[in-house]
Design a protein around this ligand. Structure first.
Ligand SMILES: Cc1cc2nc3c(=O)[nH]c(=O)nc-3n(C[C@H](O)[C@H](O)[C@H](O)COP(=O)(O)OP(=O)(O)OC[C@H]3O[C@@H](n4cnc5c(N)ncnc54)[C@H](O)[C@@H]3O)c2cc1C
Ligand code: FES
Length: 290
Protein backbone atom coordinates (compact mmCIF):
# COMPACT_ATOMS: atom_id res chain seq x y z
CA UNK A 1 0.00 0.00 0.00
CA UNK A 2 2.87 2.30 1.00
CA UNK A 3 4.60 1.29 -2.24
CA UNK A 4 1.49 2.19 -4.27
CA UNK A 5 1.25 5.66 -2.75
CA UNK A 6 5.01 6.15 -3.31
CA UNK A 7 4.42 5.37 -6.99
CA UNK A 8 1.46 7.72 -7.09
CA UNK A 9 3.63 10.47 -5.61
CA UNK A 10 6.43 9.83 -8.13
CA UNK A 11 3.89 9.86 -10.98
CA UNK A 12 2.32 13.06 -9.69
CA UNK A 13 5.71 14.77 -9.45
CA UNK A 14 6.88 13.63 -12.90
CA UNK A 15 3.55 14.79 -14.33
CA UNK A 16 4.12 18.17 -12.68
CA UNK A 17 7.54 18.33 -14.29
CA UNK A 18 6.37 17.08 -17.70
CA UNK A 19 8.02 19.52 -20.07
CA UNK A 20 5.64 18.59 -22.89
CA UNK A 21 2.43 19.16 -20.95
CA UNK A 22 0.82 22.52 -21.80
CA UNK A 23 -0.76 24.62 -19.07
CA UNK A 24 -4.22 26.03 -19.64
CA UNK A 25 -4.42 29.79 -20.31
CA UNK A 26 -7.43 32.01 -21.06
CA UNK A 27 -7.53 34.86 -23.58
CA UNK A 28 -8.10 37.97 -21.45
CA UNK A 29 -7.63 40.56 -24.16
CA UNK A 30 -7.38 40.56 -27.94
CA UNK A 31 -6.03 43.50 -29.91
CA UNK A 32 -5.91 43.69 -33.69
CA UNK A 33 -2.54 45.15 -34.74
CA UNK A 34 -3.44 45.23 -38.42
CA UNK A 35 -4.91 42.89 -41.01
CA UNK A 36 -3.84 39.33 -40.07
CA UNK A 37 -1.90 40.20 -36.90
CA UNK A 38 -3.29 40.12 -33.36
CA UNK A 39 -1.89 40.58 -29.87
CA UNK A 40 -3.34 38.25 -27.24
CA UNK A 41 -3.02 38.71 -23.49
CA UNK A 42 -3.23 35.30 -21.83
CA UNK A 43 -3.82 34.62 -18.14
CA UNK A 44 -3.37 31.24 -16.41
CA UNK A 45 -6.71 29.45 -16.07
CA UNK A 46 -5.59 27.80 -12.80
CA UNK A 47 -3.01 28.63 -10.14
CA UNK A 48 -0.09 27.12 -12.02
CA UNK A 49 1.70 29.39 -14.48
CA UNK A 50 4.85 29.05 -16.54
CA UNK A 51 8.09 30.52 -15.18
CA UNK A 52 8.84 34.22 -15.75
CA UNK A 53 10.15 34.93 -19.24
CA UNK A 54 13.06 36.99 -20.54
CA UNK A 55 13.28 39.04 -23.79
CA UNK A 56 14.05 36.73 -26.73
CA UNK A 57 12.40 33.63 -25.28
CA UNK A 58 9.35 31.92 -26.74
CA UNK A 59 6.47 29.64 -25.78
CA UNK A 60 4.83 26.78 -27.62
CA UNK A 61 1.19 27.85 -27.99
CA UNK A 62 -1.35 25.09 -28.53
CA UNK A 63 -4.66 25.66 -30.33
CA UNK A 64 -6.64 22.63 -29.16
CA UNK A 65 -7.32 20.12 -31.92
CA UNK A 66 -5.36 22.15 -34.47
CA UNK A 67 -1.70 22.34 -33.51
CA UNK A 68 1.15 23.94 -31.64
CA UNK A 69 3.49 26.76 -32.78
CA UNK A 70 6.48 28.64 -31.35
CA UNK A 71 5.65 32.29 -30.55
CA UNK A 72 7.96 34.84 -28.90
CA UNK A 73 7.06 36.83 -25.84
CA UNK A 74 5.88 40.21 -27.17
CA UNK A 75 5.85 42.36 -24.04
CA UNK A 76 7.04 42.02 -20.46
CA UNK A 77 5.82 45.42 -19.36
CA UNK A 78 4.45 45.33 -15.82
CA UNK A 79 3.25 41.77 -16.19
CA UNK A 80 3.19 39.08 -13.56
CA UNK A 81 1.72 35.78 -14.65
CA UNK A 82 0.03 37.09 -17.81
CA UNK A 83 1.63 36.52 -21.20
CA UNK A 84 1.49 38.79 -24.23
CA UNK A 85 1.90 37.18 -27.65
CA UNK A 86 1.61 38.82 -31.08
CA UNK A 87 0.73 36.41 -33.87
CA UNK A 88 0.63 36.75 -37.64
CA UNK A 89 -1.82 34.59 -39.55
CA UNK A 90 0.33 32.65 -42.05
CA UNK A 91 -1.20 29.14 -41.88
CA UNK A 92 -3.66 26.83 -40.09
CA UNK A 93 -2.39 27.13 -36.52
CA UNK A 94 -1.52 30.83 -36.50
CA UNK A 95 -4.95 31.51 -38.08
CA UNK A 96 -6.63 29.58 -35.25
CA UNK A 97 -4.93 31.93 -32.75
CA UNK A 98 -5.90 35.01 -34.75
CA UNK A 99 -9.53 33.80 -34.75
CA UNK A 100 -9.71 33.37 -30.93
CA UNK A 101 -12.05 35.51 -28.81
CA UNK A 102 -11.71 36.65 -25.21
CA UNK A 103 -12.62 33.81 -22.85
CA UNK A 104 -11.25 31.11 -25.19
CA UNK A 105 -8.66 28.73 -23.81
CA UNK A 106 -5.27 27.71 -25.21
CA UNK A 107 -2.36 25.53 -24.09
CA UNK A 108 1.01 27.06 -23.21
CA UNK A 109 4.32 25.34 -22.54
CA UNK A 110 7.62 27.13 -22.06
CA UNK A 111 9.51 29.33 -21.69
CA UNK A 112 12.04 28.07 -24.20
CA UNK A 113 15.16 29.36 -25.88
CA UNK A 114 18.00 31.75 -25.28
CA UNK A 115 17.62 35.44 -24.35
CA UNK A 116 18.90 38.62 -25.93
CA UNK A 117 22.24 39.13 -24.05
CA UNK A 118 21.28 42.49 -22.58
CA UNK A 119 24.18 42.38 -20.10
CA UNK A 120 26.61 42.75 -23.02
CA UNK A 121 24.95 46.07 -23.91
CA UNK A 122 25.59 47.65 -20.52
CA UNK A 123 27.26 51.08 -20.99
CA UNK A 124 27.26 50.53 -24.76
CA UNK A 125 25.33 52.07 -27.65
CA UNK A 126 22.55 49.85 -28.97
CA UNK A 127 21.11 49.37 -32.45
CA UNK A 128 17.91 47.39 -32.77
CA UNK A 129 16.97 46.40 -36.33
CA UNK A 130 13.52 44.92 -36.85
CA UNK A 131 11.81 43.72 -40.02
CA UNK A 132 8.02 43.19 -39.96
CA UNK A 133 6.88 40.83 -37.18
CA UNK A 134 10.57 40.55 -36.29
CA UNK A 135 9.73 43.51 -34.04
CA UNK A 136 7.81 41.09 -31.75
CA UNK A 137 10.80 39.47 -29.93
CA UNK A 138 12.60 42.83 -29.89
CA UNK A 139 9.82 44.81 -28.18
CA UNK A 140 10.46 43.33 -24.67
CA UNK A 141 14.15 44.16 -25.15
CA UNK A 142 13.29 47.80 -25.94
CA UNK A 143 11.01 47.86 -22.87
CA UNK A 144 13.85 46.56 -20.66
CA UNK A 145 16.32 49.15 -21.97
CA UNK A 146 13.85 52.03 -21.57
CA UNK A 147 13.03 50.84 -18.07
CA UNK A 148 16.70 51.12 -17.04
CA UNK A 149 17.78 53.77 -19.54
CA UNK A 150 20.86 55.08 -17.71
CA UNK A 151 22.64 51.71 -17.98
CA UNK A 152 22.93 52.03 -21.77
CA UNK A 153 24.43 54.52 -24.25
CA UNK A 154 22.69 55.80 -27.37
CA UNK A 155 19.67 53.75 -28.42
CA UNK A 156 18.65 53.44 -32.07
CA UNK A 157 15.51 51.48 -32.98
CA UNK A 158 15.20 51.02 -36.75
CA UNK A 159 12.02 49.35 -38.00
CA UNK A 160 11.19 48.28 -41.55
CA UNK A 161 7.72 47.19 -42.68
CA UNK A 162 6.48 46.11 -46.10
CA UNK A 163 3.92 48.93 -46.30
CA UNK A 164 2.19 51.34 -43.87
CA UNK A 165 -0.59 48.81 -43.34
CA UNK A 166 1.93 46.23 -42.10
CA UNK A 167 3.11 48.42 -39.22
CA UNK A 168 2.45 46.96 -35.76
CA UNK A 169 2.58 48.37 -32.20
CA UNK A 170 1.25 51.83 -33.10
CA UNK A 171 0.94 52.96 -29.47
CA UNK A 172 4.57 52.04 -28.73
CA UNK A 173 5.71 53.78 -31.90
CA UNK A 174 4.00 57.00 -30.84
CA UNK A 175 5.75 56.91 -27.47
CA UNK A 176 9.14 55.89 -28.94
CA UNK A 177 8.93 58.76 -31.44
CA UNK A 178 8.21 61.19 -28.60
CA UNK A 179 11.02 59.84 -26.39
CA UNK A 180 14.13 62.07 -26.57
CA UNK A 181 16.34 59.26 -25.19
CA UNK A 182 16.01 57.13 -28.31
CA UNK A 183 16.28 57.51 -32.06
CA UNK A 184 13.30 55.65 -33.52
CA UNK A 185 13.07 55.50 -37.32
CA UNK A 186 10.62 53.64 -39.48
CA UNK A 187 10.72 52.86 -43.18
CA UNK A 188 8.42 51.04 -45.59
CA UNK A 189 9.21 49.17 -48.81
CA UNK A 190 6.07 50.47 -50.54
CA UNK A 191 4.39 53.74 -49.54
CA UNK A 192 1.08 55.47 -50.29
CA UNK A 193 0.78 59.11 -51.35
CA UNK A 194 -0.03 60.19 -47.77
CA UNK A 195 3.05 58.47 -46.23
CA UNK A 196 5.49 61.10 -44.96
CA UNK A 197 8.20 58.77 -43.59
CA UNK A 198 11.19 56.96 -45.08
CA UNK A 199 10.80 54.61 -48.06
CA UNK A 200 13.36 51.86 -48.68
CA UNK A 201 14.99 49.00 -46.87
CA UNK A 202 15.70 49.25 -43.15
CA UNK A 203 19.47 48.91 -43.59
CA UNK A 204 19.66 52.43 -45.12
CA UNK A 205 18.59 53.84 -41.76
CA UNK A 206 21.88 52.67 -40.22
CA UNK A 207 23.72 55.33 -42.23
CA UNK A 208 21.79 58.08 -40.40
CA UNK A 209 21.91 56.47 -36.95
CA UNK A 210 24.16 57.97 -34.31
CA UNK A 211 26.39 55.41 -32.54
CA UNK A 212 30.00 54.62 -31.77
CA UNK A 213 30.48 51.41 -33.81
CA UNK A 214 33.28 49.88 -31.74
CA UNK A 215 31.16 50.37 -28.64
CA UNK A 216 27.83 49.21 -30.08
CA UNK A 217 25.74 46.06 -29.68
CA UNK A 218 23.29 45.20 -32.47
CA UNK A 219 20.13 43.11 -32.01
CA UNK A 220 18.42 41.99 -35.23
CA UNK A 221 15.23 40.10 -36.08
CA UNK A 222 13.26 39.85 -39.30
CA UNK A 223 13.00 37.78 -42.46
CA UNK A 224 16.26 35.92 -43.10
CA UNK A 225 17.19 37.97 -46.17
CA UNK A 226 16.69 41.19 -44.19
CA UNK A 227 18.92 39.83 -41.39
CA UNK A 228 21.66 38.97 -43.88
CA UNK A 229 21.67 42.56 -45.22
CA UNK A 230 21.33 44.04 -41.73
CA UNK A 231 24.36 42.10 -40.47
CA UNK A 232 26.43 43.29 -43.45
CA UNK A 233 25.30 46.90 -42.93
CA UNK A 234 26.40 46.66 -39.27
CA UNK A 235 29.76 45.17 -40.29
CA UNK A 236 30.21 47.88 -42.96
CA UNK A 237 29.59 50.44 -40.21
CA UNK A 238 32.42 48.76 -38.20
CA UNK A 239 30.29 47.12 -35.52
CA UNK A 240 32.46 44.20 -34.30
CA UNK A 241 31.33 40.74 -35.45
CA UNK A 242 30.81 39.42 -31.93
CA UNK A 243 28.66 42.45 -31.00
CA UNK A 244 25.89 41.32 -33.39
CA UNK A 245 23.01 39.09 -32.21
CA UNK A 246 20.07 37.76 -34.18
CA UNK A 247 17.02 35.60 -33.69
CA UNK A 248 16.58 32.70 -36.13
CA UNK A 249 13.26 31.01 -36.96
CA UNK A 250 12.80 27.39 -37.91
CA UNK A 251 9.84 25.02 -37.91
CA UNK A 252 9.53 23.38 -34.50
CA UNK A 253 7.79 20.40 -32.94
CA UNK A 254 9.18 19.50 -29.52
CA UNK A 255 11.03 22.76 -28.63
CA UNK A 256 13.24 20.74 -26.27
CA UNK A 257 16.09 19.56 -28.51
CA UNK A 258 14.51 16.12 -28.95
CA UNK A 259 12.97 15.80 -32.43
CA UNK A 260 15.49 17.52 -34.71
CA UNK A 261 12.87 19.55 -36.64
CA UNK A 262 14.64 22.85 -36.01
CA UNK A 263 18.16 21.73 -36.92
CA UNK A 264 20.35 24.58 -38.19
CA UNK A 265 23.86 23.37 -38.97
CA UNK A 266 25.10 21.84 -35.68
CA UNK A 267 22.43 23.68 -33.67
CA UNK A 268 18.87 23.05 -32.60
CA UNK A 269 17.25 26.48 -32.80
CA UNK A 270 14.79 25.62 -30.01
CA UNK A 271 17.47 25.08 -27.36
CA UNK A 272 20.69 26.64 -28.72
CA UNK A 273 18.73 29.70 -29.99
CA UNK A 274 16.55 31.25 -31.14
CA UNK A 275 18.92 34.12 -30.20
CA UNK A 276 22.44 33.49 -31.55
CA UNK A 277 25.57 35.60 -31.84
CA UNK A 278 26.54 36.29 -35.46
CA UNK A 279 29.87 34.34 -35.22
CA UNK A 280 27.88 31.25 -34.13
CA UNK A 281 25.67 31.22 -37.22
CA UNK A 282 27.75 33.14 -39.76
CA UNK A 283 28.35 30.27 -42.20
CA UNK A 284 24.75 29.04 -42.03
CA UNK A 285 23.16 32.48 -42.36
CA UNK A 286 25.01 33.03 -45.60
CA UNK A 287 23.52 29.86 -47.15
CA UNK A 288 20.15 30.87 -48.62
CA UNK A 289 17.26 28.44 -47.95
CA UNK A 290 19.24 26.38 -45.39
C1 LIG B 1 11.42 30.89 -31.97
C2 LIG B 1 10.28 31.36 -32.85
C3 LIG B 1 9.55 32.45 -32.45
C4 LIG B 1 8.49 32.90 -33.26
N1 LIG B 1 7.76 33.99 -32.85
C5 LIG B 1 6.72 34.39 -33.58
C6 LIG B 1 5.91 35.47 -33.12
O1 LIG B 1 6.15 36.06 -32.05
N2 LIG B 1 4.85 35.85 -33.88
C7 LIG B 1 4.57 35.21 -35.07
O2 LIG B 1 3.58 35.59 -35.73
N3 LIG B 1 5.31 34.19 -35.53
C8 LIG B 1 6.37 33.76 -34.81
N4 LIG B 1 7.11 32.70 -35.25
C9 LIG B 1 6.72 32.02 -36.51
C10 LIG B 1 5.55 31.08 -36.24
O3 LIG B 1 5.97 30.05 -35.37
C11 LIG B 1 5.07 30.48 -37.58
O4 LIG B 1 4.49 31.50 -38.35
C12 LIG B 1 4.04 29.38 -37.33
O5 LIG B 1 4.70 28.25 -36.81
C13 LIG B 1 3.31 29.02 -38.61
O6 LIG B 1 2.48 27.90 -38.35
P1 LIG B 1 1.11 27.70 -39.15
O7 LIG B 1 0.61 26.33 -38.87
O8 LIG B 1 0.18 28.82 -38.87
O9 LIG B 1 1.54 27.83 -40.65
P2 LIG B 1 2.26 26.74 -41.56
O10 LIG B 1 1.23 26.13 -42.44
O11 LIG B 1 3.14 25.84 -40.73
O12 LIG B 1 3.22 27.69 -42.38
C14 LIG B 1 2.75 28.73 -43.22
C15 LIG B 1 3.95 29.34 -43.92
O13 LIG B 1 4.89 29.85 -42.95
C16 LIG B 1 6.15 29.20 -43.07
N5 LIG B 1 6.64 28.94 -41.72
C17 LIG B 1 6.11 28.12 -40.79
N6 LIG B 1 6.81 28.14 -39.66
C18 LIG B 1 7.83 28.97 -39.88
C19 LIG B 1 8.92 29.42 -39.10
N7 LIG B 1 9.13 29.00 -37.86
N8 LIG B 1 9.79 30.28 -39.67
C20 LIG B 1 9.61 30.72 -40.92
N9 LIG B 1 8.60 30.36 -41.70
C21 LIG B 1 7.72 29.48 -41.20
C22 LIG B 1 5.87 27.91 -43.80
O14 LIG B 1 7.02 27.47 -44.54
C23 LIG B 1 4.75 28.31 -44.73
O15 LIG B 1 5.23 29.00 -45.87
C24 LIG B 1 8.18 32.23 -34.49
C25 LIG B 1 8.94 31.13 -34.87
C26 LIG B 1 9.98 30.70 -34.07
C27 LIG B 1 10.79 29.53 -34.50
S1 FES C 1 11.92 21.51 -32.23
FE1 FES C 1 12.52 19.49 -31.74
S2 FES C 1 14.67 19.66 -31.66
FE2 FES C 1 14.03 21.71 -31.87
Amino acid sequence: MAQESDHAEVNRQSLQRDIWLPLLYTVKEKKTENRGIVTLTLAPSAEEAIEPMEPGQFNMLYAFGIGEIPISISSLWNLQSTLVHTIQDVGAVSKAFCDLSTGDQVGVRGPYGTRWPLNKAKNKDVIILAGGVGMVPLRPLIERILNDRSRYGKLNVLFGARSPENIIFHQDIISWQADPTLNFQITVDHAYSNWRGHVGVVTYLIEEANFDPENTIAFICGPEIMMRYAVHACLDANVPTDHIFLSIERNMKCATGFCGHCQYGPFFVCKDGAVFSYPQVKIYLNIAEL
